[in-house]
Design a protein around this ligand. Sequence first.
Ligand code: NAD
Length: 281
Amino acid sequence: MYKILQKETVAPQVVAMIVEAPHIARHHQAGNFVVLRIDEKGERIPLTIADSDSEKGTITLLFQKIGKTTEELGRLKAGKTIRDIAGPLGHATPILDYGHCVLVGGGIGSATLYPILKALKGKNNNVTVILGARNKELLVWGDRFSELADEVLLTTDDGSSGRRGLVTEALKEVMDKSKVEIVIAVGPIRMMQAVAELTKPYNVKTLVSLNPVMVEGTGMCGACRVNVGGKTRFACVEGPEFDAHDVDFKELGNRLGFYREEEQESMEIFRKKKCKGECKK
Ligand code: NAD
């Protein structure tokens, strides 16, 4: 059992939870994730570890309430428990003395970059962070990134904060201005694909953190298979980060939508049973 110590809504439908998980906190490295289930009959879902504190023995999970399980998780109050959390899972982000690094985050995916920023700064890299969201309310943890990064550039689709436009426009400007050694991007598939297409002609090493459908997270079920460089790779044990220039984003997008009808049906049933009209559509 893992106790929820603190819960905060950080953006509409986006929740940050601090959870007591000393073993995971002790072993967490940037790029890792966990697979959790709320109760014995619960669905297993992968979530990024957005932060950890090994002294306090806590991890921070940041998630969007987009499906039945995340909606249910988001309704748990501080003091309640989560039945199982397996982790830390996945390979850690390769943290080297790169020089100028650019981290590009889209919407809720941005939180994944926070431990990566911490680790890169630990190696004295010069880090530019570009965070993009549809609007000001959906920009997550901008202040936290600003405390550590050498430069933070904010973009919103509607211009309500930072510059109006997409993260790729800001990234292009950064790459035109200075030599970039590595770009790490996390966010919606179409954003990661656009980043990959942009950085390729610049010949800049680019990593993306993929979030395909995942079930058990240990490489047994094959649900999270992705096509990278023409080969089938399992994101849970061989990822979640891969060379962006080799990822088949089209296949990834198709596979992600595979259970959409079942996901919607499950959400409707949950809403009828539990939400009594309180859950947002
Ligand atoms: P969104 O659709 O609101 O997009 C966020 C930002 O991404 C936009 O403001 C824009 O700057 C950029 N973007 C989007 N489409 C683009 C395009 N075609 N070209 C260039 N830039 C583009 O994002 P959201 O609704 O907050 O979704 C966040 C996504 O992050 C979800 O798809 C979620 O699955 C993913 N995510 C991934 C991880 C991971 O570990 N890989 C973790 C959490 C969330």
